[in-house]
Design a protein around this ligand. Structure first.
Ligand SMILES: [Zn+2]
Length: 393
């Protein structure tokens, strides 16, 4: 009786242990290890595992301060008692130091273009930053950057942003706004960062898509076929729907660019960089769904959308609602998930899973040219609804 029980208990304990993180040790005799980020798009996570929530992404050369480590991760101190984790493969140790290096922001300049507000930060070194948003409110923090409001002349046009009033070692700013956010981000330049916040567009409800720039991304391509079932390949259906979506959007006045127009392989970050290059307002990635374990197909099927940032959720909702109406597919929901193609904040990004290619009745319709047009029209209507509901003048 006892012998029979021991094995399952041991197994459960082993499984539990392996799902726990490795214990953290100090980084050295002095308190902090200075870490330099080795490549762009370096994720900073809430916990020390690959599936933990991403808090921010940093550019190459950003400096972090770690106080603890285990085999795979450094624990970095963003602010006092505010910690996050970075995988060791993304960073290099520069030095071990007793105190954090706090740098002074050298200058802040402001620029207003037709579509954006831009704040340019001149910094001695690239530092860590983070955005927080809830759809409307946006805050931006530059860590370990001392800002003295009496030393730096704050530009006049800055009333859209509330800047810190007292000296602090972390620079925190809020964007004052009563509409849904329409894209924001940070880009690197030779002397620091440029923070951009898109102005809410002025939408004419009779022609909501007029002059809106949209990048449509046909998922997969080339050797990356995506999901395959019933002699169909996802990459082909994605491209066919994307081309129809392009012509629908164009008809309605939008400016449209495709990340690929042929059956070729394109990197995920190449696709998001392309969208930024085109100065897109909206990025829509087109996919057909499948499941890692096909047994669940009795429960999970139909049409659904995926967002990552709260400000993109209304777009995901509007597209999903229109797709359910037009296709009569099961409502597979507006889902929160982290993909490279729905993580950009500039442009507003949503990933669409039109249907499940592994479900026969859906696959047949998804491959049908007329049905693809119905999908393209529904997505177009979804984008129009989102623009009208949130930004109509
Ligand atoms: Zn896919």
């Amino acid at each position: 009786m006892y012998k029979k029980l021991i094995l399952p208990i041991l197994l459960t304990n082993l499984l539990l242990l392996s799902s726990l993180s490795q214990p953290l040790k100090n980084v050295g005799i002095a308190k902090y290890a200075v870490l330099e980020v080795k490549e762009d798009n370096c994720p900073i996570r809430e916990k020390d595992n690959e599936s933990a929530k991403r808090l921010t992404h940093l550019y190459k050369n950003a400096i972090l301060f770690a106080d603890k480590q285990n085999d795979k991760y450094y624990r970095v101190e963003l602010k006092d008692n505010d910690y996050a984790f970075v995988n060791k493969k993304f960073v290099e140790v520069q030095a071990i130091i007793p105190e954090k290096r706090i740098q002074n922001i050298e200058n802040i300049s402001f620029k207003e273009t037709k579509n954006e507000y831009q704040l340019k930060f001149e910094l001695p070194e690239f530092s860590a930053f983070i955005f927080k948003e809830n759809g409307k409110k946006l805050s931006f923090t530059l860590f370990d950057n001392r800002f003295d409001p009496t030393e730096i002349q704050v530009p006049d046009l800055i009333d859209k942003f509330s800047l810190p009033r007292k000296i602090d070692n972390n620079f925190e700013l809020e964007y004052k706004n009563d509409k849904l956010l329409f894209g924001y981000g940070v880009e690197k330049y030779e002397k620091g960062y440029v923070l951009s916040v898109k102005k809410p567009p002025k939408i004419n409800p009779k022609k909501p898509l007029k002059n809106i720039k949209i990048v449509v991304d046909p998922g997969h391509g080339g050797v990356e076929k995506g999901a395959c079932a019933f002699d169909l390949e996802e990459k082909t259906i994605n491209l066919e729907i994307s081309k129809k979506l392009r012509s629908e959007l164009k008809k309605r006045g939008a400016k449209v660019f495709l990340t690929r127009t042929k059956d070729k392989q394109v990197g995920l970050y190449e696709r998001t960089a392309f969208a930024r290059e085109k100065d897109a307002d909206i990025l829509i990635s087109i996919h057909q769904n499948s499941l890692p374990d096909r047994r669940d197909i009795v429960k999970k099927y139909g049409t659904g959308t995926y967002y990552y940032h709260p400000s993109a959720k209304p777009l995901a909702e509007a597209i999903k609602n229109n797709l359910v109406l037009a296709t009569d597919f099961r409502d597979d929901g507006v889902n929160y998930a982290s993909f490279v193609l729905n993580r950009p904040t500039l442009p507003v990004s949503v990933l669409v899973e039109c249907g499940y290619i592994i479900r026969k009745e859906e696959a047949e319709r998804l491959a049908d040219k007329k049905f693809q047009k119905i999908i393209a029209k529904a997505i177009t209507k979804g984008i129009e609804d989102y623009l009208t509901e949130n930004f109509a003048e």
